[in-house]
Every structure is written in C-alpha cells, then in structure tokens.
Design a protein around this ligand. Structure first.
Ligand SMILES: *Cc1c(COP(=O)(O)O)cnc(C)c1O
Length: 351
C-alpha cells in the first residue's frame, strides 16, 4: 500500500465551503487557487471541488497547469504567472491573463483578438507588477483587451491593508471607470476575508480573494497521512545496512516504509521559519542532513523516528531502537508532511 492522504471529506468540505460562504456574506468572491502539486490533492481534484463550490473563477499558477483543470472546471481560469511574449496569447474566453509589464500589455492589446487581462500592480513583495508611476500609461492600452481589474499580491507577514488601499486608489484613478466593472475590480491575495471586505468598501471595489493554503489546508485535522510498513529487519550492533553500509550503532530494527524522495519526503522547501522552535518543527517534517542523523517524518509507536539513512526514491528506512516494539508488515504509520511538497500515491475520502 502506498503513501496515502486520507481525508475526512465531510469535515474538509465543510471548512472549504464555510470560507467561501463567509467571504460571500462579506461581499468578497473567493477565487480558489489550484497550482503546483495541488496542495497535496492534485490540481484536477481541486478543480472538481471548485466546480462543486460553484465559484465563477479558479486560479492556476502557470499556463502549463491550465490543461489539468479545464476538464473538471468549466468556469473562468485566471493564470497567476504573468503573461510573457513567449507564451500563448490566447483570447480564449475562459482564460484570464495576468499582465505585469507595460510592454506585455501593449503586445496583447496590439495582438489578435481581445484577451481578458488583469493588470498586476507591484507591491512590497517586489515579485511582479507594474510600478505605480506607470499606471497612467495603461489607460490608452485597454481598448485592445478585455480589462478585468487589478491584481495585488501581498506579502504573507505583516498587515498590508494600508498598502493595498494606496495601490488600489492609484490604480483606479489611472483608468476610466466607464467600462462596465472591470476597472473597479481588485484581485488580492493573503488578506483575511474581513480585510478584503474592508478594502472593497474603502475603495468602492469588487474584491476577488485568491486563496490556496487557507482554503484547502485550513483544517489539518481533516487530513491524515499514512505510510505502509513494507519490511522490518532485526539488526545487531555492528551489522551493516543501507546503500552506504553504515553499521548499526546498537541493536534495533530497520523499518522500511512507503514514501521516499519521489513523493517529496524529506525534500523540504527552504523554510522561512523564524524561531528555533519553528525550525525544529520544520526539520522534523523532513529537512534532511544527509551526513548525520535526521529525524524522519514517520511516526512509529507514538514518536517521530530517525531515518536509518537518507530516503530512497520510493521508500524510506527508519531506525527503531530496541525496546520499541516494531510494527508489522502491512501496518500503517502516520507521517507529518508538508502538503505543498508532497505527492501522494492515492487519496482516500472517508465519507
Ligand atoms: C500561490 C498564490 C496565491 C495563493 O497562495 P496561498 O498562500 O496558498 O493562499 C495567491 N496569489 C498568488 C499570486 C499566488 O501566486
């Protein structure tokens, strides 16, 4: 049996729907984000869930991800990576492009058709976006596109409501307000529903809130990850084991479990954890020191266990000291993973 993500479907869907409904009650439309590894679920699954929610728009990270969601999700799809000249300039009715440079807006406006576009304004993130000083230049280019509003990608930490308001006001004052709504739409990320609603009121804008992590991974208790024990071997002190033929430092067991580097086990994205405690927790989720011992993300007999050696492609070898009763072949063990870097072999919905 493989590395499995088990979902308490009723509870998980309840949380997802509540976030969308609460936002709607506050006047904010949630734009679910399905990108990368699909937050552990896979993008087609998230697209199907978004379709069930009845939201008008789904966001994907890249143009390459469009194909996986357009089957399950029939609505509009916003591409978060800004359009560049080497990408297709589709004026596909369902695709909304993000544009972050004046040159790109000009090319789309002068190219065939009238592509749907959202203009991204740069924030203190300094990732993508048109500088506020360039905003007045966009007004003359909007005739060649279908303008759907402005995008702001805000940092995760800190309170950025004031920044969002200042940028939104600068953006709105740069474009005429007579095109039927697009000009007063704001696509924002990383604001709470309340903050997003307040921003909408303060700037008289329609707000669309792009949410991934908080939507799909907002209730971790609805998600359980299991690996399966594939083998258990008794080792005596001094006996060699593993690819590197390291010698057992004492008596114990090597437990071989499903889940390896192919699943993203122990391939941690660089952590932004600020405190020693967060760093320790991140390390425990898989950050690997390949030479020394590393705490594995696998939990056996109630405790996270050390890797016997760095994980292999499809499985991992865990060290279990004597005194701990080893699990049996076929038993399941819990795994602490980072969902945005883990690929599961299967999803099991309990409902
Ligand atoms: C990934 C992304 C999001 C969603 O981020 P989460 O932190 O997962 O909610 C929103 N906006 C943009 C532009 C993104 O790239």
């Amino acid at each position: 049996m493989p590395l499995t993500l088990e979902i308490d479907g009723v509870r998980w869907r309840e949380r997802v729907r509540r976030l969308v409904d609460d936002a709607a009650a506050a006047g904010v439309t949630v734009v679910p984000v399905a990108k990368g590894n699909g937050y552990g679920f896979g993008n087609p699954v998230l697209a199907a869930e978004a379709a069930k929610l009845g939201v008008p728009t789904l966001a994907v990270g890249t143009y390459e991800e469009l194909a996986a969601v357009t089957g399950p999700f029939a609505g509009d799809v916003l591409v978060l990576t800004p359009w560049r000249p080497w990408l297709p300039a589709a004026d596909d009715d369902n695709v909304v492009h993000t544009v972050s440079r004046l040159d790109d807006l000009r090319r789309l406006a002068e190219g065939p058709g009238r592509p749907r576009v959202v203009v991204e304004v740069i924030t203190s993130m300094r990732r993508h976006g048109i500088e506020p000083a360039e905003l007045p230049a966009i007004a003359g280019l909007l005739d060649g596109v279908r303008f759907e509003g402005f995008a702001l990608h805000l940092p995760l930490s800190g309170d950025h409501a004031a920044q969002a308001r200042t940028l939104a006001e600068a953006a709105f004052s740069a474009v005429p307000d007579d095109d039927g709504g697009g000009a007063r739409t704001l696509w924002v990320s990383h604001l709470s529903t309340d903050r997003a609603a307040a921003l909408g009121r303060e700037t008289a804008a329609t707000v669309r809130l792009r949410v991934g992590t908080d939507l799909w991974l907002g209730d971790r208790d609805a998600l359980i990850v299991h690996a399966t024990v594939l083998d258990v071997h008794r080792l005596r002190r001094g006996e060699p084991y593993g690819y590197r033929q390291r010698q057992a430092r004492r008596d114990g067991h090597v437990v071989v479990v499903t889940g390896g580097t192919a699943h993203g086990v122990a391939l941690e994205a660089p952590t932004s954890a600020a405190t020693a405690r967060q760093r320790a927790a991140a390390l425990a989720r898989g950050g690997l020191q390949s030479m020394g011992r590393a705490l594995s993300p696998f939990r056996v007999a109630g405790k996270q266990r050390w890797f016997a050696e760095p994980p292999h492609m499809q499985c991992s070898m865990i060290w279990l000291p004597d005194g701990v009763t080893p699990p049996a072949v076929g038993d399941e063990v819990e795994v602490e993973v980072r969902f945005t870097t883990t690929t599961f072999d299967r999803l099991v919905w309990d409902d």
